[in-house]
Structure formats: C-alpha cells, structure tokens
Design a protein around this ligand. Sequence first.
Ligand code: F6R
Length: 378
Amino acid sequence: EKQGFKHFMLKEIYEQPGVVRACLEAYLDTSWSPESATSPIKLNLAPELYSDLKQVQIVACGTSWHASLVGKYLIEQLAGIPTMVQYASEFRYAPSPLTPNTLTIGVTQSGETADTLAALEMEKQRRAGQSPRFEARLLGITNRPESSLGHMVPQVIDTHAGIEIGVAATKTFVAQLMAFYALALDLAYHQQTLSATRLEQILLGLRQLPAQIELILESQERYIEELAHDFAETQDFIFLGRGINFPIALEGALKLKEISYIHAEGYPAGEMKHGPIALLDAKVPVVAIATPGLVYEKVLSNAQEAKARDARLIGVTPLEASESAEIFDDLLPVPVVEELLSPILAVIPLQLLAYHIAARRGLDVDQPRNLAKSVTVE
Ligand code: F6R
C-alpha cells in the first residue's frame, strides 16, 4: 500500500497536492462572485458563532500547535480578531479567562489527543447552561470527524487529508493550514475586513497552491536526497523564520528531530542574537526561510549574522531572489507567492529534508522511537 514509495511518510508528502485540492473543493464556494451576498467559504458553522465575536483562543499539541500559530496570524491579519494559541497541556491547568465573545478552537488531526480533548471538555463545561451563542462558540479542526473530538464539540471543520500512517504529521499539517485559510477568510467575510478584490486575490492564490506544491516535489526531491548525505554526522540544526513563517521554522525542526533524532531548534530569526547565536559554528547548519514579504530583508540579514559565524546556510527562498542566492550555500527554491500563502509551500522542502536525512541514517521513518501516532495519555 506504499504504492512504490519506500515509506508511508514519503507517500504522504507526495499526496499533499491532492489533499490541498480536496480542501479547496470542500471549502470554496465555486459559485461565489464579489456580487454574491454570501461567504465565499462553505464551512456550515452556526450563525450564532459569528455575531459580536471578539476573541479566538486555540488549543493544540505538537504539529497541530504549529498549524494553530499560522492560524493565529491569518485570523488576526485577515479578520482582525485577536487570537491566542496555547498548548493544550498547559491550558488545561491554567485556562484563560473566558467571555461569551470568545471562540475556542481545538486542533487535533487524530481527534484523540488526551490533552486537547481535556482542554475542550473543560471549555464545554465552562459554556454549559450559558447562552446558545456562547455554547456554539466551540469548534474542532480534525482529520477524523468521527473521533472523540467529533463527539465532544458542537461543530468541526474536517481537514480531508485521508488517513495518515507515518507518525510524523505531514499531509494533515498542510490540510490544517488549508482549514485555517478557509476559517480566516470566512471570519473576515463576516467581519467585513476585506475588500472583494483582496478576497478574490487570496482565493486565486489558494487555487494555485496544488500545482506549486507539485512543482516543488518534482524539482527538488533528488537534490534534497543528495544534500541529505552531507548531514549524516550532523548533531545540531537551527531553523529560522519570521512572521507567518516562524511556525514553519518550528515545524521544520520538529520534523527533523522526531524522525532523525538530530537535535534541532526552531527560532524566530530576530531572536537569534539574544542567545542561540552562541551555539553557532561550522558544525551547526542553519536553515532560514526567506520568502518575499514584510520580513524578507530582515531574515536575510539574520542569515548573514549566522554566516559570519561560519554556519552552513540553507535557504528556503525563491530562485528569482538573487540577493538570497549570494547568501545561501544551498538553496531549496519555492515559487514566489504572496506572504500569507508562503507557509504551505515553505514547509514542503523541510519535510523532504527531514525525511531524507532520517532515511539516509537508515532509521525507521514511519515508526520513530518513543512516539505514537496519537497520544491518548496525559
Ligand atoms: C508531529 C506529531 C505530533 C502531533 C501531536 C498532536 O509530527 O505528529 O507532534 O502533532 O501529537 O497530535 P494530534 O494532531 O493528533 O492532536
């Protein structure tokens, strides 16, 4: 059932263009035009959820927590609603104060993660017997609508990734990002924060993603497989990103550590000078996500700082950006897209890098030591 792939993880990485297509089909209303008096997004959420919404809080663990950090950025930037993201395991013992205007979202691909379920159960109790509007403001984002999560919350967004077998989450992460694009645009529509032109522009960008992911997979896999040879003995890696790609730096580091057992840290690039820069030398490669946008130049200058400490620099960056080509020792090219859409492309080469380094080391990529596909204990 691996369909010719050596591991499920690689097969699932290759399924991502199809997963994004499935999400687009599920979430976008193809009959929508700027003249329509309806949302361009089909999520079937309760109408009470939208009225007078003032705050969003998201709880999740691991990779789902990283997707939630991207989600925060999208909801704040597109819909203008202040959003907090918390680890479910922390939140359940120190819940934030709640108002009837708060929407709580639990994100879990399996729908079975004990900490996330416990946090949501607590939220459900806190809302019980209050107004219908308050009770409706509880939402799950999951790849398993039939899971325990699906039974717990009044509504879910299904992420349509299909079953994921590799323990390291790949296609379910990309699908969670798609769910957050849909949710942020839907909230923006209801909050009236975007012009019709801007909405159309983002929708157009979303529709181009599957072909762009295909392009990255086709053009880079060989190269990354070769590159992985150089890191057979590497003990530490640093991943840098800023803004909407800071969570992608965290995700790149998590993928690498969980399947290759190499110590890896994701850092917001601007924070590096406040401590982690002390770790850098010629033995610690640095992967920087430098995609065009507000923080592009800043990431490049942070990467220069690492280069000055002899770090080998790997750049996730468009080929068109000639400034980057001069700074980086190795390039993992991604197509130029608007900044908001860049995380879903930037994560693809990082998944391949983690996969090939682990495979090169001869490790059991699909079943890493000490990990289980869903963590059903506290
Ligand atoms: C990372 C990974 C874990 C999960 C985490 C949450 O690749 O698989 O970090 O993301 O255990 O799992 P779900 O999303 O099922 O709640």
